[in-house]
Design a protein around this ligand. Structure first.
Ligand SMILES: NC(=O)c1ccc[n+]([C@@H]2O[C@H](COP(=O)([O-])OP(=O)(O)OC[C@H]3O[C@@H](n4cnc5c(N)ncnc54)[C@H](O)[C@@H]3O)[C@@H](O)[C@H]2O)c1
Length: 347
């Protein structure tokens, strides 16, 4: 037996807590009693749970808190209720995406290109759906040069018929889709009162209807196969609004709500959906929004000043989280909107 020696450093052992005072014991009992009244602890196992809690009260209130939970599950098990499902952990430390089929819309440039390259590097078979197949082909070549497998399909996501045909073709060529990344987006900033329906319709068609068409074409297969992932590239504009981008922000906000709703509907089918919300990012889209020259630099500086990490986003900043959300490491995450914006918006 090892006895405590007075020569041991003071930090080696934490002092034993004082034994509980009678009032602490009765407070633990009172907590359990109120839980039982509220129906959270079944009456039959109350005494067992009570004994567990009171005995751990010796360790102090914090330990008691932890054990309350344990006692709760203990009770439930005794009652024959459904216990927590076993947690299956992967042995491997790499993302398990090898051989999985991913569709990336707008994967030809900017954020979509970085996502395409990363997924290809992780071993995915990537189908790029892009309005500009020539530009997307250049991205695909870059991935192929590093051993990646990328196939380009010229598709306008705002055309439902074209989307349905492209999904059918991609699945026939590459296999069933595991991951859908809805990244294609477009905007033309202007003060709302100076805009009209034709512009709103175009923004809505690309940034909202297009995403709905993609979901409608891909999700039935995922449901039938009992699993799949969707990552929707929204925007921090959806969370906090952006002047001159009202309709675009509305589409992105709609996309977040849509994602949460479908995440609830399809959780039972093991289809997990999440949003990634970029902040201002150096891409061709941003260049066309900002324009060039001194004024563009001023706007950029003003944006960076508001970002705690003091830089604009780069397309590669989003590729890792998309790959992670597609992997089994993210198997307990669904219906979330995750900001990746250098801390610009902490909501
Ligand atoms: N760049 C930013 O600052 C920023 C910030 C927040 C959110 N986002 C979002 O990130 C996503 C990517 O943005 P980006 O900056 O890389 O844009 P980008 O313009 O640089 O690239 C968009 C890609 O989508 C394709 N595309 C556009 N319309 C399409 C359509 N109808 N059908 C198919 N493909 C189409 C384009 O050809 C292009 O390859 C978009 O959804 C955008 O709203 C961007």
């Amino acid at each position: 037996m090892v006895s405590a020696s007075s020569s041991q450093p003071a930090t080696a052992r934490r002092p034993r807590p004082d034994p509980p005072r009678p009032d602490q014991r009765s407070s633990a009992r009172a907590t359990l009693r109120s839980k039982r009244r509220s129906g959270r602890y079944p009456a039959t196992d109350f005494r067992l749970a009570s004994a567990t809690c009171v005995s751990v009260a010796v360790g102090g209130r914090n330990i008691l808190q932890a054990y309350r939970k344990q006692a709760y599950y203990f009770c439930r098990r005794g009652q024959g209720a459904k216990t927590l499902p076993p947690i299956r952990r992967r042995e491997s430390k790499v993302l398990d995406l090898k051989g999985k089929v991913a569709i990336v819309t707008g994967g030809g440039q900017g954020i979509g290109k970085a996502i395409t390259l990363r997924l290809a590097a992780e071993g995915c078979k990537v189908a790029v759906f892009d309005l500009k197949p020539e530009a997307a082909e250049a991205a695909a070549e870059e991935a192929r040069a590093k051993g990646g497998e990328v196939t380009v399909y010229g598709v306008d996501v705002a055309q439902q018929e074209a989307v349905n045909k492209a999904v059918e073709r991609a699945e026939a060529d590459l296999g069933p889709t595991w991951l859908l990344v809805n990244n294609a987006g477009w905007d033309k900033p202007a003060p709302f009162l100076q805009t009209d329906k034709p512009l709103w319709d175009k923004i809505i068609a690309i940034n909202l209807s297009g995403q709905l068409y993609m979901h409608k074409a891909v999700l039935p297969g995922m449901v039938a196969r009992g699993g799949g992932r969707v990552v929707n590239i929204a925007s921090d504009a959806a969370r906090v609004g952006t002047s001159t981008e009202a309709v675009y922000s509305a589409c992105k906000g709609g996309m977040i709500s849509f994602t949460k709703s479908i995440a609830r509907e399809l959780a039972r089918n093991n289809v997990l959906l999440n949003c990634v919300c970029p902040g201002p990012t150096n891409t061709p889209m941003m260049q066309s929004v900002l324009g060039t020259g001194e004024q563009a630099e001023k706007w950029k500086d003003a944006m960076v000043r508001g970002i705690p990490l003091k830089r604009m986003g780069e397309p590669e900043d989003y590729a890792g989280i998309v790959a992670f959300l597609a992997s089994s490491d993210a198997g307990y995450i669904t219906g979330q909107a995750i900001s990746v914006s250098g801390g610009m918006n902490m909501v």
